[in-house]
Design a protein around this ligand. Structure first.
Ligand code: PMM
Length: 439
């Protein structure tokens, strides 16, 4: 299920809640209220990023966010901090935050990648083209979906080069940041280019100006920010159907309610465009099945011993995928199911790729690959290392790891390990498709 990130702006000037929670006590109370409403994580920000906003001093930002981060974290609440500054991120992490939500995608502060790499925390890389004062000057694209995906790919590469692992990263298209309303709708209509990055997706549409414009009065007056929650909730549902990892919203309760309905109706387990085409309502037409691959073999260099790193050895993988396969069963079309040939290629690429020390880590990477397809509801991987360097007679050494689709606070902080890739589809499911557009 898609997680809900509640917005807590400790600022005087944010778009819809500026000034309401500038006082520390009021901010903490609001954070607790968002949790009571069902938020999975609270995103605490101390610097407004509304279009045209000027920057604040690092110390001012710190003074605003730190007591709130500390108070909420102390109560066991999952906290992210919305900051572009490495110094603020480091202090917030020390105060208990578990996620850095960096709207600049690491561009604003060259030290951010090091802080994140050292902490091993999750890092939201949002698409960004410059500070709020001037960002709308950069809202020029030929193909906004392709360009946003390409620029985020660069940010992901830079993060990886700085020592941040893929498991730490989350991407965000940055709706409203150097984007016109039309750009935002195009991005929401087609996530396929972003999906190619293979990372969890955060969507932040809440109360943004493009919704005010959509809902404007006949005389052109935009709908006020605080009256855009129903439209925001509709986007959150569409984002969840498209496989988003989380939505960032002000009105947590209505979002949680809407996602509960989606879940009860089976929508959060049916993100496949293909499945929806076969049965657009799709509420009672699912069939679960198992796809398995046994004895997939490849030569790799994983292991703790230097000799294993140097000489390599054979690894064998068994994969068992629990899948939604009603659409394929009805249509007899390979496009409607998980291709085990393609899956095998992807698993082999991991086996023969970057060496890791532990079979557990290897198994986790393989589970993540399996769960990247939205039709896979659960995946179990067994990795065999029959030639492990043991001074005894033995036939096999294995590790088995299972990952279930779904997200929770543990998953947000990466400690369940298996859900990172799970929230992305790779079968072409997207909002445009859900709205019946050709993509
Ligand atoms: N939008 C705002 C602030 N932080 N972070 C992420 N990751 N994604 C967003 O879309 C985003 C963000 C601006 O909205 P606000 O002023 O209402 O908080």
């Amino acid at each position: 299920m898609t997680s809900v990130m509640g917005v807590l702006n400790v600022t005087p000037d944010s778009l819809s809640d500026g000034g309401r929670y500038l006082d520390t006590v009021a901010a903490i109370e609001h954070g607790l209220a968002l949790v009571a409403d069902g938020a999975d994580i609270i995103d605490v920000g101390g610097e407004s990023t509304r279009p045209g906003a000027a920057r604040v001093d690092a110390q001012v930002e710190l003074d605003r966010v730190l007591p709130v981060v500390a108070a909420l974290s102390e109560q066991g609440i999952a906290v992210s901090v919305d900051t572009m500054r490495a110094s603020v991120a480091a202090a917030a992490l020390a105060a208990g935050a578990g996620v850095i939500n960096d709207v600049s995608g690491g561009l604003a502060d060259p030290d951010m990648a090091r802080v994140v790499a050292d902490a091993g925390c999750r890092w939201v890389l949002m698409h960004w083209r410059g500070h709020s004062e001037h960002m709308q000057q950069h809202a020029h694209y030929t193909d906004v979906c392709a360009e946003v995906a390409a620029e985020l790919t660069e940010r992901v590469s830079a993060a990886r080069e700085a020592g941040v692992s893929a498991e730490q990263l989350i991407i965000d298209p940055g709706l409203g940041f150097a984007k016109t309303a039309e750009h935002n709708w195009q991005l929401l209509g087609d996530f396929s280019a972003l999906r190619e990055l293979g990372l969890p997706l955060l969507v932040g549409a809440s109360r943004k100006a493009f919704l005010g414009a959509l809902l404007a009065e006949n005389n052109g007056v935009a709908r006020p920010a605080t009256q855009r929650d129903a439209a925001t909730t509709a986007i959150s549902v569409l984002a969840a159907l498209a496989g988003a990892w989380a939505v960032r919203v002000h009105d947590v309760r209505s979002t949680v309610d809407a996602l509960a309905v989606l879940h009860a109706a089976g929508g959060s387990e049916r993100k496949s465009n293909a499945a929806n085409r076969v049965n657009p309502m799709g509420l009672d037409n699912t069939q679960r099945g198992v796809i398995a691959l046994h004895g997939l073999r490849a030569f790799g260099y994983h292991g703790v011993h230097p000799s294993e790193r140097e000489l390599g050895q054979e690894f064998v993988v068994d994969a068992r995928l629990e899948c939604e396969m009603g659409a394929a069963a009805r249509s007899d079309d390979l496009a409607h199911t998980v291709s085990y040939a393609e899956l095998a290629d992807q698993l082999i690429a991991v086996l023969t790729g970057e060496p890791v020390r532990l079979l557990e880590t290897l198994a986790q990477r393989l589970v993540t690959i399996c769960l990247a397809d939205p039709r896979v509801l659960a995946a179990e991987i067994t990795v065999h290392k029959p030639s492990a360097p043991l001074p005894h007679a033995f036939t096999d050494a294995t590790v088995t790891l299972r990952g279930d689709r779904g997200s929770n606070v543990g998953a947000l902080f990466g400690d369940s390990g298996s859900n990172v890739g799970a929230l992305w589809g790779n079968s072409g499911s997207n909002v445009g498709a859900l709205l019946g557009k050709q993509t």
